[in-house]
Design a protein around this ligand. Structure first.
Ligand SMILES: Cc1cc2nc3c(=O)[nH]c(=O)nc-3n(C[C@H](O)[C@H](O)[C@H](O)COP(=O)(O)OP(=O)(O)OC[C@H]3O[C@@H](n4cnc5c(N)ncnc54)[C@H](O)[C@@H]3O)c2cc1C
Ligand code: FES
Length: 260
């Protein structure tokens, strides 16, 4: 297993992508696969890496895990389609990790995670990482239709694997067409849950519209909010400015921003 060296040498690796073999590829749904690489990183949930295919392009992906590095990739365009054509033994060039991940708040031990589409990727790792720190967690996994839902089984497995105390983890699905779980948007379900259940912290990752709505609902209920925002990442080290959002350089200040 390869890993970035400790100390100053690790900083050198940030700007120098290196090739790491793909170990496994799993199909998650008709357009999403999870890749594990022969690489370990020092990282926290919510951070991302840049994946490079030489002479083609370089794109950001959230870490699903850092040991070994695990990436969930939804095929939406040229880069991700090319990644989907790769398999064990092929190499992916990686630099990172980058950005700020989720931070365990000083107060509040009841959380709700909201993931839309491939936004569930960092939340699965977060649910594992905080299983001993939180008293209760509700995970809302949302998508347009049932076949687009991602990682529901993996979230449910956390309870079976004993990562969470019995009854402390609840996994809910939500689809816009009602083919799985509640019918509607994740924000409809979130708003409904917050009228009856107590939550201290909202963590969310997904499309901008979803995050803005989650932010508004959380603000209305006076909740702490940690939202992972997407932007067009190029340098990933705060130089090019392509990832600016409302005065934040997301590759450095984010992608997880606190309280919106
Ligand atoms: C911090 C971060 C973490 C990410 N994590 C993941 C992940 O875990 N898994 C995953 O599959 N993808 C993730 N992405 C998104 C991924 O980097 C893009 O989907 C990538 O651009 C796909 O490249 P492509 O060439 O296949 O498609 P592109 O041609 O780049 O894009 C295809 C379509 O997706 C839209 N699109 C691309 N990027 C974005 C964006 N940032 N925001 C909104 N719309 C966009 C484009 O408008 C276009 O319609 C992440 C992005 C960021 C910034
Ligand atoms: S990607 Fe270049 S400044 Fe953030």
């Amino acid at each position: 297993m390869n890993s970035l060296p400790e100390g100053p040498a690790q900083l050198a690796s940030l700007s120098l992508p290196a090739p790491y073999p793909i170990l496994t590829v799993e199909d998650d749904n008709y357009r999403t696969k999870t890749f594990t690489l022969d690489l370990r990183l020092n990282a926290v949930p919510g951070q991302f890496v840049m994946a490079w295919l030489p002479r083609f392009d370089e794109k950001p992906f959230s870490l699903v895990a850092a040991d070994p590095v695990t990436l969930m990739v939804t095929a939406v365009g040229p880069f991700t389609n090319l990644l989907h054509a790769m398999g064990p033994g092929d190499s992916l060039w990686i630099r990172g990790p980058f950005g700020q991940g989720f931070r365990l708040p000083k107060f509040g031990r009841r959380a709700c995670f909201v993931g839309g589409g491939y936004g569930v990727a960092p939340l699965l790792w977060l649910a594992k990482a905080w299983s001993r720190q939180l008293d209760a967690l509700t995970v809302i996994v949302g998508a347009g239709t049932a076949t687009d839902l991602l990682y529901v089984d993996r979230f449910n497995a956390l309870q079976k694997e004993g990562e969470w105390k019995a009854g402390a983890l609840e996994v809910l699905t939500c689809t816009e067409d009602g083919t799985s779980g509640s019918k509607g948007r994740v924000t409809d379900l979130l708003a409904y849950l917050l009228t009856s259940g107590a939550t201290d912290l909202l963590c969310a990752c997904g499309p901008h519209g979803m995050l803005a709505a989650v932010d508004g609902i959380g603000k209305k209920h006076g909740l702490l909010r940690q939202l992972s925002w997407e932007a067009y990442m190029r340098c990933a080290v705060g130089i090019c400015g392509s990832c600016e959002l409302n005065g934040n350089v997301l590759c450095l200040d984010g992608p997880v921003l606190e309280d919106g």
